[in-house]
Design a protein around this ligand. Structure first.
Ligand SMILES: C[S@@+](CC[C@H](N)C(=O)[O-])C[C@H]1O[C@@H](n2cnc3c(N)ncnc32)[C@H](O)[C@@H]1O
Length: 226
C-alpha cells in the first residue's frame, strides 16, 4: 500500500506517484473550453496505469531517452520523466492534447518535449534519438495495426531497444502483437494496475530479435570436437 498523502486541492488524484487532474478540476474545465482533442486524447486512459505498473516491475535505465507515441495527456511520459528521470518526448497527431500535457507536466514538476506528428511519419533516423518507445491505448482501430508494426521495425532499425504498448485488450491490439511476432521478440502479458483503482489489461514488450550467432558458433565447435 502506498503512503497516505494529503492532496494539495480538490479534484486531484494520485496514481503511481503521479498527480492527475480530474475532468471537473477548474484548470481542465478551462482548458476544455479552448482545446478539444478529437482523436480520443481527452483524458488519461486506464491503459496508461498498466504502463506505469509494468515499468515499476521492469524499470527503464536511468535517464533513458523515451518517446511516448499517441501521448494524449501524457501520463506515460510524465511517469517516465518523474520516476526514472528519463528524457522524454511526447508525440501525438492532435496538437490540442498538448496544453493538457503541459499542465500535467507542471503539476508533476517534469519537462516533456512535444512533437505534433502522426507516428507513421517517424523515420528510423528520427527514432534513433530514443532508447525506448512506449504507448498506451494506441492501437484501437484496425487501420492502426500495420502502421504501428512498421513503426516498431523502423524503431529497431534506428537502434531503439524496447518497444512497450499497453492496452485494455481490444482486437486490433492482439492483431498488432501477432504481426510483430513474425519479425521481433514479443512478450505479451496479462497485467493489472492497482492505482488509482484495479484495472486489468495487456502489456506487450517487443525487442529486436536476438541474434543466434553465438549458439551457431557453439554448435559448430561441438561438431568439430566430435
Ligand atoms: C486512446 S488515446 C490514449 C492517450 C494516452 N496514451 C493515454 O493512455 O491516456 C489515443 C491517442 O493517440 C493519438 N493518436 C491516434 N492516432 C495517432 C497517430 N497516427 N499518430 C500519433 N498519435 C495518434 C490520439 O490523438 C490520442 O491522443
Amino acid at each position: 500500500m502506498p503512503k497516505l498523502e494529503r492532496l494539495p486541492e480538490p479534484n486531484i488524484y494520485q496514481a503511481y506517484g503521479i498527480y492527475f487532474l480530474e475532468s471537473k478540476h477548474r484548470l481542465i474545465r478551462r482548458l476544455k473550453k479552448a482545446y478539444q482533442p478529437s482523436v480520443h486524447g481527452h483524458k488519461a486512459w486506464n491503459a496508461s496505469f498498466l504502463l506505469m505498473d509494468y515499468l515499476q516491475h521492469e524499470p527503464l535505465a536511468k535517464r533513458s531517452r523515451v518517446l511516448e507515441v499517441g501521448c494524449g495527456w501524457g501520463p506515460g511520459a510524465v511517469f517516465c520523466a518523474s520516476r526514472f528521470k528519463a528524457r522524454v518526448t511526447a508525440l501525438d497527431i492532435d496538437k490540442d492534447v498538448f496544453p493538457f500535457l503541459d499542465v500535467m507536466a507542471a503539476l508533476n514538476d517534469v519537462d516533456i518535449a512535444h512533437m505534433t506528428s502522426r507516428f507513421e511519419k517517424l523515420t528510423a533516423e528520427d527514432l534513433s534519438a530514443f532508447d525506448v518507445v512506449v504507448g498506451s491505448d494506441v492501437c484501437f482501430w484496425d487501420k492502426m495495426i500495420k502502421p504501428l508494426n512498421r513503426l516498431v521495425s523502423r524503431a529497431f532499425d534506428g537502434g531503439v531497444k524496447r518497444f512497450i504498448v499497453t492496452d485494455p485488450g481490444r482486437p486490433p491490439f492482439y492483431e498488432f502483437c501477432d504481426l510483430a511476432r513474425k519479425k521481433h521478440d514479443v512478450e505479451l502479458m496479462e497485467w493489472y494496475a492497482t492505482e488509482p483503482e484495479y484495472f486489468a489489461g495487456e502489456v506487450v514488450e517487443i525487442r529486436p530479435k536476438r541474434k543466434r550467432k553465438r549458439k551457431r558458433k557453439a554448435g559448430k565447435a561441438a561438431a568439430e570436437k566430435r
